[in-house]
Design a protein around this ligand. Structure first.
Ligand code: UDX
Length: 449
């Protein structure tokens, strides 16, 4: 099939690349001409495992192309994926102006009827508004536009693998033809008839993927409901951690035992500095806002948001308890990205720690395998080190903020010799408290003694 992707941000690039790798002809467009020029030159503007490899092979095979001529891209596609950003507005609602702009472009540039697919994360009922807008903007063209909602559940760091090995593919449609077309688009993944770039063709056996056909409203709600529930799980684990600290229990023992109940599940119960990234915080806000507009008070999600916001304060209670005075202290921060395996620093809890340390007058020495260059623009006062041991040199405390493997595997015996004081405050519960104390460290973490 000929597919168009409008918006070459994170979701658009991963979607376009994976659909091209799966055998479709894909043309991508973006209003950012510099980004299109980068992509045409084979440069990949984001850090994501395997993405550069599959974009390169798809470009070589002529399966993917890029243009800043949106009209040309729109006309080339039988189906058009809208992957533009829907950032939060002041009131928490999602800003849909970019989607509206693309709707006008499609309605005025298309020369044949199209299937228009929402891939961006949007509040429920957006698809119906989009169809109404397409009809209004294309009044005299005689063309018809069908709308489908196809939310993504890609996690940064594993997005390519998540695309080829999804837990489910959700498709919200209004008619059989759209369901048939969506099935055709995902046929290679449903039939596993693709050469997996992650497992080099030897994918682990797994259950067949379901294509869930729903209404458009349900599909949109599924995305917000899923992300908000995962955020709720994390905040629940964090309150359990606070309880464990007060009662003298171990949050990992508690959440592990909880998770063995398949009705609960072991994933997303890791206590720590809380969730960040460009999805959970904004999707939570947008979902709470959406519910409010129809008179549903999503109290439990407001609580999850509040708990998450308080993680940084709870962390600094530990830092103050350990360091007494923060001002003038040389502090090593291990991790800047909002989570491991990404260079993304949007809504990163680690950067909130950096901001608070700077506000309190500490000398910050930071290290991160991928997110230093993006952090430098925001916090030039920080001393950045590619090598974490350089960041630990002479430090009076080490604050662990992102769960990178490189920090998990640190040699703390060596680090202890470099530091001015063997003090670690672990915001991601990476180490064994007993082992760290054996090595002579003062060690603090969440929900563990
Ligand atoms: C998330 C959803 O997982 C994905 O399905 C959706 O499409 C986009 O949003 P992502 O934002 O990449 O993906 O990150 P994720 O791996 O979900 O982690 C989110 C945040 O929660 C990170 O800050 C992570 O550190 C934190 N987290 C995760 C915890 O604090 N504890 C956990 O147990 C799991």
């Amino acid at each position: 099939m000929h597919l168009s992707v409008v918006g070459c941000g994170y979701v658009g690039l991963v979607t376009g690349a994976c659909l091209a790798e799966a055998g479709h002809d894909v043309v991508c467009t973006d209003i950012d001409e510099k980004r299109i020029a980068q992509l045409q030159a084979g440069e990949v503007p984001i850090y994501e495992h395997h993405l550069d490899k599959i974009l390169e092979s798809a470009l070589k095979a002529g399966k993917i192309s890029y243009t800043s001529d949106a009209g040309d891209a729109i006309r080339k596609g039988d189906a058009i994926f809208i992957c533009v950003g829907t950032p939060p507005k002041e009131n928490g609602d999602a800003d849909l102006s970019a989607i509206d702009h693309v709707a006008r472009q499609i309605a005025t540039e298309a020369r044949s009827s199209k299937l228009v697919i929402e891939k961006s994360t949007v509040p429920a009922r957006t698809g119906l508004e989009l169809r109404r807008a397409l009809t209004a903007y294309s009044r005299n063209s005689g063309l018809t536009f069908r709308v489908a909602s196809n939310p993504e559940f890609l996690r940064e760091g594993t997005a390519v693998s998540d695309f080829f090995h999804p837990d489910r593919i959700v498709v919200g449609v209004e008619d059989e033809n759209s369901a048939r077309d969506m099935r055709e688009i995902y046929r290679p993944i449903l039939e596993r008839s693709f050469r997996c770039p992650v497992h080099n063709g030897t994918c682990p056996a797994g259950s067949a993927v379901d294509l869930l056909i729903t209404t458009i409203n349900s599909a949109e709600l599924i995305k917000h409901a899923s992300n908000s529930f995962l955020a709720l799980k994390i905040s629940y684990a964090n309150v359990i951690a606070d309880l464990c600290e007060k009662i003298g229990a171990n949050v990992e023992e508690v959440t592990h035992a909880m998770g063995l109940d398949p009705r609960i599940g072991t994933q997303f119960l890791r206590a720590g500095l809380g969730f960040g990234g460009f999805c959970f915080p904004k999707d939570l806000q947008a979902f709470i806002h959406l519910a409010g507009t129809v008179g549903v008070d999503f109290d439990i999600l407001k609580a999850a948001e509040r708990v998450n916001k308080q993680r940084i304060d709870k962390f600094f209670d530990k830092v103050r308890q350990a360091l007494w005075v923060i001002k003038g202290k040389r502090v090593a921060v291990l991790g800047l990205a909002f989570k491991a395996n990404t260079d993304d620093i949007r809504f990163s809890p680690a950067l909130e720690v950096v901001r608070e340390l700077l506000r309190q007058g500490a000398q910050v020495q930071a290290s991160d395998p991928e997110a230093i260059s993006r952090s430098k623009t925001l916090y030039p006062a920080v001393a950045y080190h590619e090598d974490p041991y350089d960041a630990l040199q002479g430090a009076e405390a080490a604050l662990v903020c992102t769960e990178w493997d490189v920090f998990q595997d640190l040699d703390w015996e060596r680090a202890g010799k470099l530091m001015a004081r063997r003090l670690v405050i672990d915001g991601r519960n990476l180490y064994s408290p007993a082992r760290m104390r054996e090595l002579g460290f003062e060690y603090y973490s969440f929900g563990r003694e």
